[in-house]
Design a protein around this ligand. Structure first.
Ligand code: SF4
Length: 375
């Protein structure tokens, strides 16, 4: 690949210098994290899926509870989806929870309960893309494949001062740089010999991601603390904080919804979202479509339980919630129905009456959690 941006990683001597400095920094400064105390591929799999789009401090308690509840991939394979969604509740992006369950089931069915080491075999597993396959193969099995996540892309765009807008070409440059840093191989230097202590693929990938998480952070990179400062072209050119260039953000859209807290004794009504909808399978309070009126909300509830309820005309509370590009204003209405009497539908797939204390058994959307939060 002929690309002048790659000069910094064009010979093994240069690569080795970058590697040595970063690995020394990582050995001294890395965070102690529970998934780093073992090379168990199941722990790596769980942590990698939880960490996609989610901060480490948020993931930590979820990870620890998860491993206690399902200590092995075989244990997880036997769980049912509702339990898994309930344990994931609050982490968001619930597709990851379903993927994790599907991966566990496929590992048991097709790989005798052993997570494969080969990145190509990992990519055959449901919901496992190139990034996660490379992370598991390298971190759990020391396979020398480079991982390129958002942190790595940011660090390498800055290191090479790649000022291009996001594109397939920029991505190829970043992937090539990551590959050379991992293996030392470049077109110009085919005779490179690996360092005496080996390539350390697990440590190397984690070191690069850790640099992005702790030092080469998105807004204000801490260049004076960086092991790469003297080589970094982005730093030297004063461009670091502006890189990588981003796509223009989609404008946010203002949306209004209504939710109903329908009580019967201590219990309130939940409804499960349909398959193939956003957050499918999650439980939530009865909710209107965008722009729904109180009459629409009453119709939603009546459609669920066959009874017309007397909803509060005015909302009892209003809150804001953001999902990707939608900024949602939610108005919450309440209704109380007699514990006995009305022929309320009770046992029907997709609806449930639950108490606050049993709520933890349900995978509940964050918006519903906010609607139910005590003022
Ligand atoms: S010197 Fe600054 S911009 Fe360059 S890699 Fe380090 S933290 Fe990032």
């Amino acid at each position: 690949m002929s690309d002048d941006r790659l000069d910094l990683v064009s010979t093994w001597v240069r690569v080795l210098s970058l590697r040595t400095r970063l690995l020394r920094w990582y050995d001294q400064e890395k965070r102690e994290l529970p998934w780093r105390t073992t090379r168990d591929p199941y722990h790596v799999l769980v942590s990698e899926l939880m960490l996609q789009q989610t901060r480490v401090d948020v993931v930590l308690p979820y990870f620890e509870r998860w491993i206690v509840r399902w200590p092995t991939v075989g244990d997880l394979a036997q769980a049912d989806e509702d339990e898994v969604l309930a344990a994931w509740s609050g982490l968001g992006y619930y597709r990851r929870a379903r993927s994790l369950l599907a991966v566990a089931q496929a590992v048991v069915a097709d790989h005798g309960g052993q997570i494969p080491a080969d990145p190509a075999a990992l990519r055959e597993l449901p919901g496992i893309g190139p990034y996660t396959a490379a992370a598991i193969a390298s971190i759990a099995f020391d396979v020398p494949v480079a991982v390129v996540d958002g942190n790595v892309e940011r660090v390498l765009c800055r290191l090479l001062a790649d000022t291009r807008d996001p594109s397939a070409a920029r991505r190829r440059t970043v992937e090539e740089a990551a590959r050379r840093l991992m293996t030392g191989m470049s077109d110009d230097d085919p005779d490179a010999v690996p360092p005496p202590d080996g390539l350390r693929p697990a440590d190397w990938n984690q070191a690069l991601m850790e640099l992005g998480a702790l030092v080469c952070v998105p807004r204000e990179p801490k260049c004076p603390l960086c092991a790469w400062q003297r080589s970094c072209i982005g730093f030297r050119s004063g461009l670091a904080a502006e890189l990588p260039r981003k796509k223009a953000k989609k404008p946010t859209r203002e949306v209004a919804l209504r939710m109903a807290v329908v009580r019967r004794g201590d219990a309130f009504l939940l409804v499960q979202r349909a398959e193939r909808s956003l957050l499918s399978g999650m439980w939530e309070l009865p909710t209107t479509d965008e722009g729904g009126t109180v009459a629409d909300l009453r119709a939603v509830v009546a459609g669920l339980i066959d009874v017309s309820v007397d909803l509060s005309r005015e909302p009892v509370r209003t809150f804001r919630h953001t999902i990707t590009d939608r900024r949602i204003t939610v108005e919450v209405h309440t209704a109380v129905i007699a514990a006995a009497g009305d022929a309320v539908a009770e046992e029907r797939p997709g609806i449930a009456w639950t108490t606050r204390s049993d709520l933890r058994d349900f995978g509940v959307s964050s918006m519903t959690r906010k609607a139910l939060a005590r003022p």
